[in-house]
Design a binder for this molecule. Sequence first.
Ligand SMILES: [Zn+2]
Length: 219
Amino acid sequence: MNLGTVLLDLLFPPKCPYCQKVLAEPRAPLCPQCQDKLPWLLGKMGERRVDFTDGCFSPLAYRGAVPDAVQRYKFRPVRAYCVPFGAVMAQSLQDHLSGKADLVTWCPLSKKRLHERGFDQAELLAREVGGRLSLPVVGTLKKVRHTSPQSELVEESARRANARGAYAALPEGNVKGRVVVLVDDVVTSGATMSECAGLLRMAGAAAVYGLTLAQARRD
Ligand SMILES: [Zn+2]
């Protein structure tokens, strides 16, 4: 820890991303109370099927204190949340995949949304996860069509139609023969993730695993 980090911690003491209380242990990804209370998905509970993936892993269910924390990260940009979120995601990936991955990538925002928000929340999570697990983080996809936010669409069929053809593989994102981890913040219908995973498979990926902070169930 360098002097700059110490000063920053004094000026802006790190808070628990879920309950926003100041952390007694500044480097912890969350407070002990949230550690006890959050809806963790253990073992098989944290795995879910998403078309074109070999499975999607998430450490948390999208309920309790999780949705508000994700919304703060996305819409009132609290960029720093990528660190504690990335920590529990990296742990989840280790638990489920134990070192089998070759590279980390993400489901990208459109240029328009990136401009509005100032950062791509999925990219920051991917960079955090890759950094923690010493895996290369590579942009492999781009969004070619601006779409309505998936959160505004209730029907699964509408979400699928909205995501269809919205992404394209980047020619420089070489995934041939590699085991790819595809990061996003939340998986709900899985429409975005399966669209992106399908493109990575067509580009020659040996396997694609999804990784999100949380999974929402629509039933
Ligand atoms: Zn907390």
